[in-house]
Design a protein around this ligand. Structure first.
Ligand code: AMP
Length: 313
């Protein structure tokens, strides 16, 4: 079992969906990743920054999940990162209404000493220079580094982003972001171009249409579980990444075959995240519920086809 380092935002989010809207609630990439990864009971540390306005109860919630917060800086007279977004009726696309970097603007991340030899590093969505700095601080090269990002950083600091993409093993981004990054509409061509940028594994998240894993000429596809209710997709991508990273840290098997399982775990956890606003569903999610949904996933994707003579030939 390996150690896991997570870097990403801890945030206040204000969200509007066709079903309602929230005031500032707990959000942030590191928050969602950490909550998902906590299901695997691996030694996990979060590296992030918050302002003095970040409630202690949010920090307690994460440390109660056994996430080491010694790498979370609290800037007493600063404000926490704030993001606000509005979802369209299809719930697959959204507009960002506000991104206030606040304390994130001057954040100098510090990986706790005990985690500088972590096997897995999950670089959640934030400034690519912060992601790079975390890699620089590792005393030995992680067995696997995973990077998540979004259009905001492609628009504002593409060169830094390309420099950190070059250094990681796995990238997880959504389909639209892959198109923006590569200029390719075809996701197969986009994945090929991203391979050429550095990552050996490319995970393309397609919201309610599942996720694709590319590695050389191999492709694996996992659907998303068809859900009766999708209430708020915020954090689903991060939850997916947290499940993916947590499962790999737990099993220590970094083969393509095992990455398929990691994709299924990531998808399963993400399917819960969307059922309520923000982190609400993830906070009290039990391992029995996760297990049951994994079984549903198996049922959904299992088939036993008899090939006819002509097809066998
Ligand atoms: P997701 O829905 O998986 O893309 O993640 C949504 C989370 O990402 C929200 O909780 C936001 O606080 C956080 N977020 C939004 N924009 C950014 C950004 N530019 N950098 C880092 N985190 C962000």
């Amino acid at each position: 079992m390996g150690k896991l380092v997570i870097v990403g935002t801890m945030a206040f989010d204000a969200i509007e969906t066709p079903f309602g809207k929230t005031d500032k609630i707990l959000g942030g990439a590191a928050t969602f990743i950490g909550l998902a990864a906590s299901h695997f009971n691996v030694d996990t540390a979060a590296v992030s920054v918050v302002g003095g306005d970040f409630p202690q109860k949010y920090l307690d919630l994460l440390s109660d999940k056994n996430i080491d917060l010694s790498g979370v800086e609290i800037v007493k007279d600063g404000k926490t990162f704030f993001w606000s977004g509005r979802y369209h009726n299809d719930m697959n696309s959204r507009d960002t209404l506000a991104t206030e970097l606040n304390t994130l603007a001057d954040f100098d991340p510090k990986v706790p000493d005990a985690y500088k030899d972590a096997e897995i590093v999950m670089l959640g969505n934030l400034h690519p220079l912060i992601q790079s700095s975390v890699l620089d601080q590792m005393t030995q090269k992680p067995k696997l580094s995973i990077l998540d990002t979004m259009n905001f950083w492609m628009d504002s600091t593409l060169e830094d982003l390309l420099n950190v993409i070059k250094r990681v093993d796995v990238i997880t981004i959504n389909d639209e972001e892959a198109r923006q990054l590569t200029g390719e509409y075809s996701l197969v061509l986009a994945a090929r171009k991203i391979h050429a940028m550095g990552p050996k594994y490319v995970v393309l998240k397609k919201g309610e249409h599942g996720a694709l894993l590319f590695h050389d000429e191999h492709v694996f596809y996992a659907p998303a579980l068809p859900l009766e209710e999708v209430f708020d997709p915020t954090g689903a991508g991060d939850t997916f990444a947290g499940g993916f990273a947590g499962y790999l840290a737990k099993t220590g098997d970094l083969s393509f075959e095992n990455m398929k399982n990691a994709i299924i775990y990531g998808s399963t956890l993400a399917s819960f995240c969307v059922e309520k606003f923000g982190t609400e569903r993830m906070v009290n999610l039990s391992s029995i519920e996760v297990h049951q949904r994994l079984m549903q996933f198996k049922q959904l994707t299992k088939f036993d086809i008899e090939l006819t003579e002509s097809q066998r030939a």
